[in-house]
Ligand binder design. Structure first.
Ligand SMILES: Nc1ncnc2c1ncn2[C@@H]1O[C@H](COP(=O)(O)OP(=O)(O)OP(=O)(O)O)[C@@H](O)[C@H]1O
Length: 525
């Protein structure tokens, strides 16, 4: 990189009479047409390294804009990686060139964590994303030779259909709440065409000889492998780029199919964004084997920028196929954004983030509140490490919770026959306390799913609570402050709730406790 040089042409405004290159113009304008609707009303930036390709793209945009063939003129963004002393000179050079063309150009400083190309690329995208606005479009000068190198690189790494479809010409990139578009209109044009155009225009582009040093995989493929492949087929570059395009279409079909399968097989009620995703194994196994693999691949990486390895998909599939009731085995996956544990409990497959598992181990606080306070009861049950779990007793103007609690209590009393709670709740409210406590393993609980009260292991089995959720069960009870009698009303987990005090045979009473008491779980920082 230190040996970069500037083409020995002076910086001059591009003459209005300079001819545009037909092939390059056609590719750009075709892409504008294809993405016309999405481009409408968006600001377009052009990532300009000052190298031949991005300087040529900037020059072509300018020419077509002046000829009123392009409806916008992109603003240039140059990133100074600060990796070598001369990088300031390159930034100054790009800026001066842009000034000569009367194009807007901003130089951004990046802090690169490491010295390799990948670290520089990550830092570059990060700093450009931070500069542009939500929904803006970033033009990149990648071309067919870049595409062919990318595909070959991925091929020798053993990529699947997605990887082999190479770079996308229009890619929405999401980072947190922000999204931008990466736009590559030149993926079908060859480097030689760009070089010829740049030379015709006498563009003073920056030459980076390290690109052709052959000392890393990409430049090795460029210098040693591509020329050899061209001896077998002179159209090697276009052909590989075309294969990538075909595979990209195939990938879109596969993704649509996997998304449809996911809608059928996902346990949406148990999902919590990247914290917990759940797949129903029975629904998975209905599918043919190749779709099972595809679905697992899609499910594992649904919110991750990088795909899971084939090995992980195979191991996950094997986990779903076990029938030895082993609930301890877990697989680990270090994604780009999070570390995940893949576990199975009965016929459900879980993808749990490390942060979520840590949150599930935080203690739950005990809360008590006299009913006479007439205010809604909404204690925070657990908070920290990114999530807040809060109880909600919905109160409307007529103090609805009490009348609904009365209804609930009536049902409980039928089942329990407890006299301490048989008086009208409004009269009794002075001595009643609403309480939320973590479930004690020894506590015996009567649910509608069993004929008698259960405690510990049996209860977890009856309610199908996976091991990692067992410390996250809370009992909501009414306590008679005078007699200390406790009447459990509801058992809640972060995802479900169960009415307590009913035997199997009493289930005809249709109680919907969630209209009275529910809990919410939200990301929290
Ligand atoms: N320092 C930079 N500042 C802004 N954009 C950049 C920078 N480096 C690369 N890019 C953008 O990323 C694209 C691909 O990067 P790559 O490393 O292949 O570029 P390059 O070979 O350095 O330059 P060029 O593609 O302009 O000849 C470039 O075409 C350009 O749009």
């Amino acid at each position: 990189m230190t040996s970069r040089t500037i083409r020995q042409y002076p910086i001059e405004p591009i003459s209005a009479s300079s001819p545009v290159d037909d092939v390059l113009a056609k590719a750009l304008l075709h892409s504008v047409k294809v993405h016309g609707t999405q481009l409408h009303g968006r600001r377009v930036w052009l990532a300009c390294s000052g190298g031949r390709d991005s300087l040529a793209l900037a020059a072509l945009c300018l020419q077509l804009y002046r000829q009123a063939k392009l409806p916008f003129l992109p603003q240039l963004l140059h990133v100074d990686h600060g990796l070598q002393a001369s990088s300031v000179d390159w930034a100054t050079h790009v800026k001066k060139w842009a000034q000569a063309q009367q194009m807007s150009c901003t130089v951004l400083q990046a802090t690169v964590d490491g010295h390799d190309e990948q670290a520089a690329r990550l830092a570059r995208y990060q700093v450009m994303r931070a500069h542009i606005n939500q929904g803006d479009v970033l033009l990149l000068a990648h071309h067919a030779d870049d595409q062919a190198e990318t595909v070959l690189m991925r091929l020798i790494q053993g990529a699947g259909v997605n990887g082999l479809s190479g770079m996308q010409s229009w890619r929405v990139q999401e980072a947190g709440a922000q999204y931008n578009v990466l736009w590559r209109p030149w993926l079908s044009v060859q480097r030689t065409t760009i070089t010829a155009y740049a030379q015709r225009l006498k563009l003073p582009y920056i030459d980076d000889p390290t690109n052709d040093a052959g000392d890393n995989v990409r430049s090795g493929l460029r210098v040693h492998v591509m020329p050899l492949l061209k001896t077998y087929n002179p159209n090697t570059i276009q052909n590989i780029a075309r294969s990538a395009q075909l595979l990209s279409d195939a990938q879109a079909t596969l993704s649509d199919q996997a998304e449809q399968d996911l809608q059928q097989a996902a346990a949406h009620e148990l999902a919590l964004s990247c914290a917990q995703q759940v797949l129903n194994i029975d629904a998975l196994h209905i599918l043919p084997l190749h779709r099972q693999r595809q679905l697992l691949h899609h499910w594992l990486a649904q919110d991750e920028p990088l795909p899971p390895s084939k090995q992980l998909v195979d191991d996950t599939l094997a986990l779903t196929q076990r029938n030895d009731h082993d609930h301890q085995t877990q697989l680990h996956w270090q994604g780009r954004t999070q570390q995940y544990h893949i576990r199975r409990y009965r016929q459900q497959l879980y993808r749990l983030s490390q942060t979520w598992l840590e949150w599930l181990n935080l203690p739950i606080a005990v809360h008590r509140q006299p009913l006479s306070h007439n205010v809604s009861f909404s204690p925070v049950l657990r908070t920290g490490k990114g999530y807040r779990w809060q109880l909600k007793c919905v109160a409307d103007s007529a103090f609805q919770p009490l009348s609904q609690l009365q209804f609930l209590l009536n049902q409980q009393e039928c089942a329990s026959g407890k006299s301490a709670f048989s008086t009208d709740i409004k009269e009794a409210k002075d001595r009643l306390v609403l309480q939320a406590t973590p479930l004690d393993r020894q506590q015996r609980i009567q649910t509608a799913l069993a004929t008698r009260p259960q405690s510990g292991k049996k209860l977890y089995q009856t309610l199908a609570i996976p091991v990692w959720l067992r410390a996250s069960l809370v009992v909501i009870s009414l306590v008679n402050a005078k007699t200390d009698e406790v009447l459990p009303l509801l058992l809640i987990s972060p995802f479900e709730s169960w009415v307590l005090g009913q035997k199997k045979s009493d289930t005809k009473a249709e109680i919907q406790p969630n209209t009275v008491i529910s809990s919410t779980l939200q990301p929290y920082s």
